[in-house]
Design a protein around this ligand. Structure first.
Ligand SMILES: NC(=O)c1ccc[n+]([C@@H]2O[C@H](COP(=O)([O-])OP(=O)(O)OC[C@H]3O[C@@H](n4cnc5c(N)ncnc54)[C@H](O)[C@@H]3O)[C@@H](O)[C@H]2O)c1
Ligand SMILES: [Zn+2]
Ligand SMILES: [Zn+2]
Length: 345
């Protein structure tokens, strides 16, 4: 089969690989129908994720059809159409029992990281019973790919951790797919204001269409001032960090209101200053989280009832054998306007 293989920092290639086999009775082999590329795959290619070693097939998102199941898999059978979660969960370990699937002792974020991933014609899914979801009847398979990672991430790490409330004020720093997923799912709670902050006017335009009440381009260095003015010098109840660099986390520290929450989503590779000298008396909360995907069943319901339409995040389509072109397009989002690219196998 064809697969996109990570060959070390800045190196990748489409290679011919053997079809994966069942290696544990809890495994399933899934034939991929639709997959995509994540910002995190770009982090891997930068060499930011040492757990992902050269030779690894990338990808942790997708939908497909069950080809084969291990002897103890009971929830699925060959021919079933399934959503693949970016997080594998055994369902039994102490972390899984606390619904912290991202910390599963034999799973977590392993797909396209510690085990071969979904940017291939077939993938082996460990802990299949508790890591796959049946597709709702008649569901749009491309839209469902958005539920493998980005929607649960924006919702769990940003909206739930950020305690978005009816009538509250929210700022989301970063209007990439993850920030936009937080924007879409924040609206479940009817906040009064959602301010979207980015450097890219194209993405801010998209954010407006997706329900942002205002947008701020932070390129002029005055974003903090602007947000404070917009909020009557109070700041925002929820500041969601969806970039992963020190400047944007520090911006959240400056715009969070007294009693508010900074919900970090970004993957950070360097240390960030914590300004306790100005925050110690402000009753704030700071949260961090790796997505657990515990909200996936709920998000499937909202997709089925069109409370959210995540296909709006899809800007490009490629055949799987043109995945290198898809990486080019996705890697130059400021020029190409790319959000999510669907790869059809
Ligand atoms: N916590 C988790 O479980 C989890 C899961 C998935 C992804 N992530 C992380 O979430 C982050 C966002 O992911 P994405 O795919 O949307 O990334 P992305 O790179 O597509 O988007 C980031 C956005 O930030 C903007 N930006 C960059 N510098 C900025 C600045 N100084 N000020 C304002 N905006 C700025 C960019 O223009 C871009 O629109 C990444 O760090 C990713 O690794 C975390
Ligand atoms: Zn991802
Ligand atoms: Zn577990």
């Amino acid at each position: 089969m064809k697969a996109l293989v990570y060959l070390g920092p800045a190196k990748k290639a489409v290679e011919e690989r053997p079809k994966p086999e069942i290696t544990a009775p809890t495994d399933a082999i899934v034939k991929i129908t639709n997959t995509t590329i994540c910002g995190t795959d770009l982090h891997i290619l930068k060499g930011d994720v040492p757990s992902c070693q050269p030779g690894r097939i990338l990808g942790h998102e997708g939908v497909g059809i069950i080809e084969k199941t291990g002897s103890t898999v009971t929830a699925f059978k060959p021919g079933d159409r399934v959503l693949i979660s970016c997080i594998s969960a055994c369902g039994k370990c102490a972390y899984c029992r606390k619904l912290m699937y991202s910390h599963c002792t034999t799973g977590g974020w392993i797909l396209g990281n510690r085990v071969d991933g979904t940017q291939a014609e077939f993938v082996r899914i460990p802990h299949a019973d508790t890591s796959l979801y049946r597709l709702p009847e008649g569901a749009d398979e491309e839209a469902l790919v958005m539920l493998s990672d980005i929607l649960p991430t924006g919702f769990e790490c940003g909206v739930l951790n950020g305690k978005v409330q009816p009538g509250s004020t929210v700022a989301i720093v970063g209007a990439g797919p993850i920030g936009l997923a937080a924007l879409l799912t924040a609206q479940f709670y009817s906040p009064a204001e959602i301010i979207m902050i980015d450097l890219d006017d194209n993405r801010l335009e998209v954010a407006k269409r997706f329900g942002a009440t205002s947008t701020v381009n932070s390129a002029d260095g005055k974003a903090v001032e602007t947000v404070m003015k917009m909020t009557g010098e109070r700041g925002v109840d929820t500041a969601i960090e969806a970039v992963g660099i020190p400047a944007t986390f520090e911006m959240c520290e400056e715009i969070v209101a007294a009693g508010g929450t900074i919900a970090n989503i970004g993957v950070h590779g360097t240390k960030v200053a914590l300004h306790l000298e100005s925050l110690w008396d402000r009753n704030i909360t700071i949260t961090t989280r790796l997505v657990d995907t515990v909200s996936t069943p709920m998000l499937l319901n909202t997709l089925r009832s069109h409370k959210i339409d995540p296909e709006r995040l899809i800007t490009h389509h490629f055949k799987l054998d043109r995945i290198l072109d898809a990486y080019e397009t996705f890697g130059h989002a400021a020029d190409t306007g790319a959000l999510k690219a669907i790869l059809q196998a």
